[in-house]
Design a protein around this ligand. Structure first.
Ligand SMILES: [Zn+2]
Length: 237
């Protein structure tokens, strides 16, 4: 927690914000993650990506064999390694703070101090309870405190936190809080609208339901700003 306070009260000298230390520090000295943090073990990054891939593949192979699949089949034999690589290098690479995108800030030269909304950001992530995808649109907004950020960085930040086993509530809060830190303002809003395959393709098999979560910080807690944001993204709460 200390690290976070230092970061947010120190005037920004460089334009590059490195969140990787912050995110590790936020797990706390006892590495006991709060509800906003992804629960990670203290030794999460003691092994390299290559070591993780080599370790996961035989486990996935074992799952397939237990299910009764014949791994000698040409179509199946490459699957364990393929899945292991996909987990470590793609779907879950956002677990490692080293993969946090660099956040470049610019001076708000135009003195634009209304809200900026980036809507319909596509995201794909995986439910940490079933390890099947949930995906949809993220809408983010902020009111500049004197710094602005490249628009594509908003997409990259959404993507980074999506590449973890997730629950939608936590994903929404992680994006909101990271934006507050990067942009040095409380005035951040995030809304996520998603379809969960663990709801639509199994279990209750409800194909039509969406899940909506939101994060409102600072001025966005005021009814008027909230309504303005919702009007821009055209979702009625
Ligand atoms: Zn699920």
């Amino acid at each position: 927690m200390k690290q976070k306070e230092t970061l947010s009260t120190t005037p920004l000298k460089e334009q590059h914000i490195d969140l990787s230390n912050l995110l590790i520090e936020e797990m706390g000295d006892e590495h006991k993650a709060s509800s906003v943090e992804t629960p990670l073990r203290a030794d999460a990054f003691d092994t390299t990506d290559e070591e993780k891939i080599a370790a996961i593949a035989p486990h996935f192979k074992a799952i397939m064999e237990i299910l009764g699949m014949d791994l000698r089949d040409d179509s199946l034999k490459g699957t364990p390694l393929r899945v292991a690589k996909m987990y470590v290098k793609e779907l879950f690479q956002g677990l490692n703070p080293a993969n946090m995108p660099s956040m470049t800030l610019f001076e708000n030269k135009f003195q634009y101090n209304e809200m900026l909304v980036e809507k319909n950001i596509n995201f794909y992530t995986n439910c940490e309870h079933h390890f099947v995808p949930f995906f949809g649109k993220a809408h983010v907004a902020y009111i500049s405190s004197g710094k602005v950020i490249g628009l594509s960085k908003l997409n990259r930040l959404v993507e980074y936190f999506s590449k973890r086993p997730q629950v939608q509530e936590r994903l929404t809060m992680q994006i909101g809080k990271a934006l507050q830190t990067v942009l040095q303002t409380q005035d951040v809003a995030v809304m996520m609208d998603a379809k969960h395959l663990c709801v639509s393709s199994r279990g209750v098999k409800d194909d039509s339901s969406n899940t909506i979560t939101s994060f409102y910080g600072g001025k966005f807690q005021e009814e008027q700003k909230k309504m303005e944001f919702l009007k821009y993204i055209d979702i009625n709460e």
